[in-house]
Design a protein around this ligand. Structure first.
Ligand code: FMN
Length: 253
């Protein structure tokens, strides 16, 4: 479980130093991967240390990423329902483990070259995205903070992720019923999302059950939904079903 301030501390890092990830941190990340692969159906996450293949050549020339040397490849079984969403959920756990160990991370959905990545991709599987891992280059870290401050964070608060139209009760009523809903939605507001689109929304149905959805369950939206569900459950402990409009079961009422 992570606190709101830990979740807020995370920023996408796109420029890395050559410092290797120490063995103790690798052990922790490797353990996360084995646990996630055995519990989340349709995932075969693989971690690669000391390799820059995804950003070499044509893709590397976009120049958005520098010094990437380690990453998790989110290999999913495309025949398993909700595997992309599970990958988002699971990889946000790895991201938070990495962040608490002082590493920088970034989900990368588009700007990497999937060919020649040294991971095993079987028939029916694909690399849905990768997550870069490493120590942030100092300059970029300052820059990223600056950008984050100016750009998006302030524009959407937790409340903006509550869909009052779809909900049976207002945001204030919902928070009365689940006081932890407010910090849980704040946790959603600092989750990473593809192109910073933040498509995920939450509501209470007529029975008072919390549900989440993305309007269009295609492309990287399911990944964003999975990430958001992970952040949500750090502040309001409980269990999510995967898929659109599925229920959230809090551990305690
Ligand atoms: C599924 C997914 C795919 C992403 N793909 C890219 C990418 O291809 N290139 C990139 O620079 N950032 C990518 N990002 C990072 C987002 O741009 C970033 O999370 C968002 O702008 C919010 O900024 P923050 O992570 O610093 O809070 C991706 C994020 C997610 C969740």
């Amino acid at each position: 479980m992570y606190t709101l301030s830990q979740l807020q501390e995370r920023r996408s890092v796109r420029s890395y130093t050559a410092e290797p990830i120490p063995d103790a941190v690798r052990r922790s990340l490797n353990a996360d991967i084995s646990e996630l692969n055995s519990h989340l159906h349709g995932l075969r996450l693989q971690i690669v240390y000391g390799d820059d293949t995804p950003f070499r050549g044509r893709m590397g020339s976009y120049g958005m990423f520098a010094g990437v040397g380690n990453y998790v490849a989110a290999v999913i079984d495309t025949g398993v329902q909700f595997s992309a969403e599970r990958a988002g959920y699971g990889c946000q756990q790895i991201v938070m483990d990495a962040v608490t160990h002082g590493l920088g991370t970034c989900f990368v959905g588009g700007t990497f070259s999937a060919q020649a990545i040294p991971v095993q991709v079987r028939a029916g599987e694909k690399i849905e995205f990768i997550v870069t891992l490493g120590y942030a280059a100092e300059k970029t870290r300052t820059m990223a903070r600056l950008m984050a401050g100016i750009a998006h964070r302030k524009k959407m608060g937790g409340r903006d992720f509550f869909d009052a139209g779809r909900s049976a009760v207002s945001y204030d009523e919902a928070v009365k019923r689940y006081p932890l809903l407010a910090p849980a939605l704040d946790a959603v507001s600092c989750a990473p999302s593809a192109m910073n689109r933040r498509p995920e929304r939450f509501y209470l149905d007529s029975e008072g059950t919390v549900r989440a959805f993305v309007k269009d369950y295609t492309g990287l939206n399911p990944v964003d939904l999975g990430i958001a569900k992970y952040n949500f459950a750090q502040l309001l402990p409980g269990e999510w079903d995967f898929g659109n409009d599925t229920p959230f079961l809090p551990f305690e009422e």
